[in-house]
Structure formats: structure tokens, C-alpha cells
Design a protein around this ligand. Structure first.
Ligand SMILES: Nc1ncnc2c1ncn2[C@@H]1O[C@H](COP(=O)(O)OP(=O)(O)OP(=O)(O)O)[C@@H](O)[C@H]1O
Ligand SMILES: [Mg+2]
Length: 417
């Protein structure tokens, strides 16, 4: 079978180095968009090209959609070269020599046991469960197969970080590589401008992890890890322009925050929480406090599906619209993004824009910014609603407001990373 390595790989010395590494286990910690995945895809293909009938080669991604992306990339790449068949539903590519490259997801580690594997790549390994690695380890036992780990740095309290430190310290059969944004810039894979843009919009700690593989050791488990009372709490002054009402429709309490912004300065004028109440009364309170103001409404996306009061058969937003006398265009709701993505947005805004939460009237939001925690599984901890740190209603209104009005700000590309 005729194969030549793409010339662009040879033009990127750091990438070529880790592809050519002979050790059985190799860990590459690298900046985002550094060419990790492409590099290791080439490695896996080259391993499989040396294989023979019935031998398995695995590409493992945290979730199946990511595995599929790599399957398509490889398929595109080898379309002019001899391979026997591809299978879109099972995600495998069979080469002319009979070797098979499979693209799998790590989300159910138990399903990874059982096969004999000759070489495996764990892409984004710092986002996988450790059980996935244990399963892979068992599949390469009989074959003495090689394993490659590639990913970003994600904090220090995870198995991937510990394994990387072990490899870095030095251990037989293990090799460690680190690629920073500067290496990728030198190879013309990233530009200075992109890095600067990321620096300007991301929370600093997230930026260092993503672009320089410097782990964030100090990051607490707080959702708003960039919140500082000194900087973000103060006196607010109503501005001309819209009043943004952001709703969270809990059964109890029902909650709304009132924001204003001029793109650079964001103020939370007030957070209103009404215990044992309903959306009608909440609208009355808002009208009373803010008469004749131009309102824009956002809030929990699921409010579209929820009925305010069962008998009326109208959803929360329809009730708000009619109570406040608003036009259709004043109702602006967007689907809730993933919490991890949302956390980057909230903290990026806290760091790079001027955010003032009213020292008297936004106490509930201030409390949430100081206290609400994220679990390891990237969920806001909300198991005990009698515990005020676990209600997070006011924080939810802040997130919804930012999602609707600032989600484009960090750019599609950054959020994808
Ligand atoms: N040797 C190379 N020369 C030029 N461009 C390259 C090279 N290797 C990769 N690229 C390009 O750089 C971009 C990022 O590559 P890749 O997806 O492999 O990076 P990554 O480090 O896995 O990124 P992510 O953080 O998204 O996982 C892609 O557009 C890819 O085509
Ligand atoms: Mg990648």
C-alpha cells in the first residue's frame, strides 16, 4: 500500500516529534488547536498501515459526536488511498491490509472491554473518566499495544493530570510532551492575533490552561471563581435605555433580576425573590417598582414549556408579555448552554467587563456569586433547597441574562474549544 505522510506534518517539528516517538505510552499536553488530534490521527493511521488482517486500532473520544468528527476527517484524508470499506453507523475504516480503525466514545467505559487492540489514542483524555483508561489498558495487554494520550490541561484534581506528571517525571516506556501556543504559532498553525483575542475574552485561568497548558491550581469549586466583592459590588445608577428582566421560574421562590448594560458596563439593579408567590404577583411588583420602563425579557428557556398557572394554559412568557404589555420582540430567550460553557462566559464577563451588583438590592445575586459551587461533574450543586447556597436562583437569572445578551462575545471558536 502506497502511503506518504502529508508534507505539512514534516513542517511542524514539535508535532512530528510526538508522532515519531517510539515509547509504548505517550502523553501530549498541549494548547488548544495545536494540532494534537490531526497529529495522532496520522500516527494511528501509520500504525494501522503496519498492521494486518483483523487487527484493531482505536480512536477514543469523550463522546461519540467527537469520535465521528475524527472518523470523517480520516475518511476524507484517505479517500484517494486504498482502503476497503467504511461504516458510518459503527464508525470504522477497514484498510487494504485488513486492519480496522475504530472510532469510539469513552462515556461507557464498560463497553470498551473485551477486544484486543494494537494501538489506541485517547483524545481529550483529561475529559474522560479514569475507567476508560483502565479499560483501554486491558485491551492492549495481550497485544502489548501502544497508547497515546492527548488533551488540554484541566485543573490538577484529575487522573489525567496525575498520569501526565508521572510520565513527565520519567518512567520506563512512558514519554511526555508539552506543546504551548508559542510552538503552534512558530509552526503557523495558530496566529498571535487569535491568542490575543482569547486572552481578552477568557477568564485568565482558563486562558492559561487552554493556551499554555498551565494548570489552574487555585481555582476553587465556586461557579463564579472570578467574582470579587471589592470589584463587583457597589452603588448602581439607572441608565437610559432598556431594563432587562431575567426570570427564573422556580416553584418557590420565584425570582427576577433587573439588569442594564451599555455593552461595557453591566449593572444588576435588583434581584427580587418572592416566596410562596406566582408570576402574576411578581409582574405586579416589577411594574410597581419600575413604572413605564422599556423592558426586555429573558430567562430560563424551559419557561416556554412551563405553565404559569395550570388553568390558564399559557406559558410563563405569555403571561409576562401580557402583564407587562410587551411586544413580541421584547421576549428574548435562548436555549441554555452547557454549564461548563456558561461558567467560562460568566467569569470572562466578570474579568473583562465592568460589572456592578447593587450593594443593597442585589444581595441575593451577590450571595450566589460568593457561594454557589460546581460539582466535579460540572453541575451546580442544588440538592438541598433549604440550604441557601444551593438555591442558585439569582445566579440563574444572571446566567440567562448573559447568555441572551453576551453569548456571542467570546466568539464561536473559543466556545468550541
Ligand atoms: N502540521 C500542521 N500544519 C498545518 N496545520 C495543521 C497541522 N496540524 C494540524 N493543523 C491544523 O490545525 C487545526 C487544529 O488541529 P487539531 O484539530 O489537530 O488540533 P487540536 O490540538 O486537536 O485542537 P482541539 O483543541 O480543538 O482539540 C486544524 O485546522 C488542522 O488542520
Ligand atoms: Mg483535538
Amino acid at each position: 500500500m502506497k502511503y506518504t505522510r502529508p508534507p505539512k506534518i514534516n513542517a511542524y517539528p514539535k508535532q512530528r516529534e510526538f508522532i515519531d516517538e517510539k515509547s509504548r505510552y505517550v502523553i501530549v499536553e498541549a494548547t488548544t488547536k495545536a494540532g494534537k488530534s490531526v497529529g495522532m490521527l496520522i500516527w494511528l493511521l501509520e500504525q494501522a498501515l503496519k498492521g494486518s488482517e483483523g487487527e484493531n486500532f482505536w480512536w477514543i473520544a469523550p463522546v461519540s459526536s467527537q469520535a465521528k468528527i475524527m472518523f470523517r476527517r480520516l475518511k476524507r484524508f484517505i479517500k484517494t488511498k486504498p482502503f476497503i470499506s467504511t461504516n458510518e453507523s459503527e464508525l470504522f475504516i477497514k484498510l487494504g491490509n485488513g486492519a480496522v480503525i475504530w472510532f469510539k466514545s469513552a462515556d461507557k467505559p464498560d463497553s470498551l472491554y473485551g477486544d484486543d487492540v494494537y494501538a489506541a489514542v485517547l483524545d481529550e483524555f483529561t475529559r474522560m473518566k479514569e475507567d476508560a483508561w483502565f479499560a483501554i489498558r486491558s485491551t492492549v495487554t495481550a497485544t502489548k499495544g501502544k497508547v497515546r494520550f492527548i488533551g488540554n490541561v484541566k485543573g490538577v484534581n484529575n487522573w489525567g493530570y496525575k498520569l501526565a506528571r508521572m510520565a513527565e517525571k520519567g518512567r520506563e516506556d512512558w514519554k511526555y510532551y508539552k506543546i504551548t501556543a508559542q510552538d503552534a504559532i512558530d509552526a503557523n498553525v495558530l496566529t498571535e492575533a487569535e491568542i490575543q483575542d482569547a486572552r481578552d475574552v477568557l477568564p485568565h485561568d482558563v486562558f492559561l490552561e487552554l493556551y499554555f497548558a498551565i494548570p489552574n491550581q487555585s481555582k476553587s469549586d465556586k461557579f463564579c471563581f472570578s467574582f470579587e466583592k471589592k470589584r463587583h459590588v457597589g452603588q448602581t445608577n439607572e441608565m437610559a435605555g432598556y431594563y432587562y428582566l431575567s426570570f427564573d421560574f422556580n416553584y418557590n421562590p420565584i425570582c427576577c433580576s433587573i439588569f442594564q448594560h451599555d455593552h461595557q458596563v453591566i449593572q444588576c439593579l435588583e434581584t427580587i425573590k418572592l416566596p410562596n408567590s406566582d408570576i402574576y404577583k411578581l409582574c405586579d411588583v416589577i411594574l410597581n417598582k419600575y413604572p413605564n420602563k422599556p423592558f426586555i425579557v429573558n430567562g430560563d428557556y424551559s419557561g416556554i414549556a412551563k405553565l404559569g398557572i395550570v388553568q390558564d394554559n399559557v406559558n410563563y412568557y405569555q403571561i409576562i408579555q401580557s402583564k407587562l404589555g410587551l411586544r413580541d420582540t421584547a421576549i428574548q430567550i435562548v436555549p441554555n448552554p452547557s454549564l461548563a460553557e456558561n461558567q467560562v462566559l460568566v467569569n470572562g464577563i466578570l474579568e473583562h467587563k465592568t460589572v456592578i451588583l447593587d450593594e443593597h438590592k442585589a444581595q441575593d445575586l451577590i450571595y450566589d456569586c460568593e457561594n454557589v459551587s460546581m460539582s466535579n461533574e460540572k453541575k451546580i450543586i442544588k440538592t438541598d433547597r433549604s440550604d441557601p447556597t444551593q438555591q442558585a436562583d439569582a445566579l440563574d437569572t444572571f446566567r440567562y441574562f448573559l447568555n441572551t445578551n453576551f453569548s456571542g462575545w467570546q466568539g464561536q471558536q473559543l466556545r468550541a474549544a
